[in-house]
Design a protein around this ligand. Sequence first.
Ligand code: AMP
Length: 125
Amino acid sequence: MPIDPTLEYDDQNIFAKILRKEIPCRQVFEDEWALAFHDINPQAPEHVLAIPKGAYVSWDDFSTTATDAEIAGFVRAVGYVAREMGLVETGYRLLANIGIDSHQEVPHLHVHIFGGKPLGPMLVR
Ligand code: AMP
C-alpha cells in the first residue's frame, strides 16, 4: 500500500528497523549520514537503496527539516555509492518515490540507485 508522506514518522517502518540493525540487510555503505543496501526485490541488475540516517518520511520532509549537514551528507553518499558500484561510466538512474501517486511503500525516505543495463524509458507508458 502506498503511504501518505504527510504522516508522522513511524519508527516501526522496515528501514528504521534496518537502521537499528534489528533486521539484516545486504549493506554496501554506511557512514554518519547514510546507509545503503541492496533492494530485496531488485528491478535491475544493480539495485541499491540509499537512506538518510535521520527520521524522514519523504523528500518533502527531508528538504524542509533536515540540517544542511544531513542533506549534504546524504546527497554525497548517494553519489559515492553509485561511483563505488561502478556505474558512472555506463550511467545509472536515481529514483525517489514520494507519496501516494508515486506509490511510496516504505515511509522512510529512500533513493533507488538502478544500473547495470540500459534502463529504458523513465516512466511506464
Ligand atoms: P518504494 O516503492 O519506493 O517505497 O520502494 C520500497 C522498496 O523497498 C522496494 O523496492 C522493496 O523491494 C524494498 N524493500 C522492502 N523491504 C526491504 C528490505 N527488508 N530490504 C531491502 N529492500 C526492501
